[in-house]
Design a protein around this ligand. Structure first.
Ligand SMILES: NC(=O)c1ccc[n+]([C@@H]2O[C@H](COP(=O)([O-])OP(=O)(O)OC[C@H]3O[C@@H](n4cnc5c(N)ncnc54)[C@H](O)[C@@H]3O)[C@@H](O)[C@H]2O)c1
Length: 357
């Protein structure tokens, strides 16, 4: 039930994919699990070997430019997994062809670009989906359900730590965009954006203000490798977030803690994959099972892409609404860009009126 999508029935949804790099593997794994509903018919990468390899794996046609891939007029939707700084131009390009579009997070580096992308898709009658797959992890869903069911009572504070490791050679690899201002954006935009999204999703309110201090403490890069940020939401919740890519010697923690008048919960592990604390005034029979909602992960990306595409399929089948659309993507982008603005200005950013998300 998207006002832009005419339900696809009696055939598979036809998907094109652009950006066959690291995260494409997670997408392809997920799409293989949904092969009864979606077929990947076209893949594209400007590095020809990557496009060709992806095409062989997915049984798709290889393209080496997005323009040429969009000449295929049978595409229903295109997924964009190119570097962050290219998302705006690629989303607009796909929308101009009248094809629905799924973009990897963050939807853009600048808020103005994100707003333009969202409006452009509306103007072109195209559905925009933004990937924040961590919302679909069992551990995260359990936490969010506890919030919406009111189990915390009044929530006082939400905090998050992203203590990960990205060595210098991660930023120095040939042709990489990581650590650059215009393509990556920084540790908050690239590595911590899911956590900002989860904090705002759990807070369930518009942000009131953000005060941040970002630093490049060790890596030789244009962006921050570390930072601290504090938040206040309109519903009175306060919180803070610590991010570093300098943790010795490996990823240590990716967590969100919620502290309320009647409950305390902490979802942690290296990437929100373990319920570390789960304690409520109203003890419920399902709590024991929830404590087992942990999953082993060899990847900080989790397994949410499968469930993300499940929602995309249901939207195309006319059975569901998009759970994370352009406006949902903008909610975290608004906070992320304020983190950078605040750090640069050396003072809090107070959100004004006029932006309705
Ligand atoms: N959802 C998640 O958990 C998650 C995890 C990792 C990355 N990401 C996001 O996915 C995106 C891709 O990240 P990655 O780690 O796979 O990067 P990557 O560098 O490994 O892959 C990007 C690919 O895009 C290709 N490309 C660049 N410009 C192109 C163009 N103009 N036309 C066609 N292809 C082009 C590159 O050749 C490369 O193969 C980024 O936005 C990143 O933030 C999301």
């Amino acid at each position: 039930m998207s006002k832009f999508i005419k339900p696809v029935t009696g055939r598979k949804i036809r998907l094109g994919f652009v950006g066959c790099g690291r995260i494409s593997q997670k997408h392809f794994e997920a799409l293989e699990q949904h092969k009864d509903n979606i077929e990947v018919v076209a893949v594209c990468d400007e590095v020809e070997a990557r496009a060709t390899q992806a095409a062989t794996r997915m049984g798709a046609k290889a393209y080496f430019s997005l323009d040429s891939m969009l000449e295929d007029k049978t595409l229903d939707v295109v997924t964009i997994a190119t570097p962050n700084g290219l998302h705006p131009q690629h989303v607009m390009q796909v929308a101009n062809s009248g094809v629905h579009v799924i973009t990897e997070k963050p939807m853009s580096i600048k808020l103005a670009d994100g707003m333009k992308m969202n409006q452009h898709c509306i103007d072109k009658n195209v559905q925009l989906f933004v990937i924040h797959q961590n919302r679909f992890n069992d551990t995260v869903l359990a936490l969010h359900n506890a919030v919406t069911e009111g189990r915390f009572g009044k929530i006082y504070m939400i905090t998050s730590n992203v203590f990960w490791t990205r060595p210098q050679d991660y930023y120095d690899k040939d042709g990489t965009w990581h650590g650059t201002k215009d393509m990556d954006g920084g540790a908050y935009l690239t590595q911590a954006s899911h956590y900002v999204d989860l904090m705002q999703w759990i807070a369930g309110s518009k942000p009131k203000s953000v005060y941040a201090n970002l630093k490049t403490l060790a890596r030789k890069i244009e962006t921050e490798d570390s930072g601290v940020a504090s938040f206040e939401w309109e519903n009175g919740i306060i919180g803070a977030m610590n991010v570093t890519m300098l943790t010795y010697p490996r990823n240590l923690e990716g967590s969100v803690t919620v502290l309320g008048e009647k409950g305390t919960a902490r979802v942690g592990g290296v990437a929100m994959n373990v319920i570390e604390h789960w304690e409520f005034a109203d003890i419920r029979p399902e709590d024991e099972a929830i404590l087992k909602a942990n999953y082993d992960t060899t990847s900080v990306y989790g397994f949410g892409h499968v469930r993300y595409y499940e929602n995309v399929i249901n939207v195309f089948r006319g059975k569901a609404k998009p759970l994370i659309d352009g406006i949902e993507g903008l909610k975290s982008l608004k906070i992320l860009t304020a983190i950078y603005d605040s750090s640069e200005a050396g003072r809090p950013v107070v959100f004004g009126e006029g932006i309705n998300f």
